[in-house]
Design a binder for this molecule. Sequence first.
Ligand code: A3P
Length: 272
Amino acid sequence: SNISEEVTSPPPPGTNKQIPQSIIIGVRKGGTRALLEMLDIHPDVAAAATEVHFFDWDENYSKGLEWYRDLMPYSYPHQITIEKTPGYFTSALAPERIHAMNSSIKLLLILRDPAERVISDYTQVYFNRLENHKPVQAIENLLVRNGALNTRYKAIQRSMYDVHMYNWLRHFSLEQIHIVDGNALIQDPLPELQKVERFLNLPPRIISSNFYFNQTKGFYCIRSDGRERCLHESKGRPHPAVNSTVLQQLRSYLHEHNRTFFRLVKRTFDWQ
Ligand code: A3P
């Protein structure tokens, strides 16, 4: 069949697999898939198909750099290879491991309102558990224990952006980490992508007609190479309504972390 021919067909002449020159390090539920797919519109970008988990999973990291490179797509020498693994941002070891591979790599970090991110994270786990016939809990039961915010809940810990950023800035300069505003990418993708093109020194090739708003999905979708496509249905799911007192507890807790984060990155975001 065509499919098996495709699998065994040789790579295009002049291409090979390159170690990424840029990595989308997170954050989980920040809009990492949208960012990668939208960057892939660019003719000079070769995007890895799957999340690689090389730098955050010991069993993968121990397989070595050639194992990692082999997972990358075939690309031409003028192209930039990009992979995205959202778990890197919150991984204790990923920063020094990435630095050891390439100390001048360009890192992309897409962030959205950290309280919204918690709810999005919960929603993803909720649906995964439903699919796997595991019991689910109301979000309030995870967010609050004995009346206090449960700051050991993983989804909350991942939203303490300052804690993780601090770890990255021990190894990389601020100039090497471009932060994409995930809320802005949802509202109007082009300006955020143009900033990324500049950061990566790519010629401007992504244009407004590469995007169209899909009313049914409620999000922008991609028009490229004569095809139109939206992200998978698991991207852009409705969130549960959260008890307003609990939400206020979450927001006021994250507020201090946000302020520290703004100081660290010398930039502010209009997270509520
Ligand atoms: P929700 O599903 O909670 O709305 P990630 O790819 O890192 O898991 O991020 C998923 C999030 O990307 C979605 O979270 C959604 O808000 C956001 N997103 C940004 N642009 C999108 C787009 N064009 N289509 C769908 N989701 C998009």
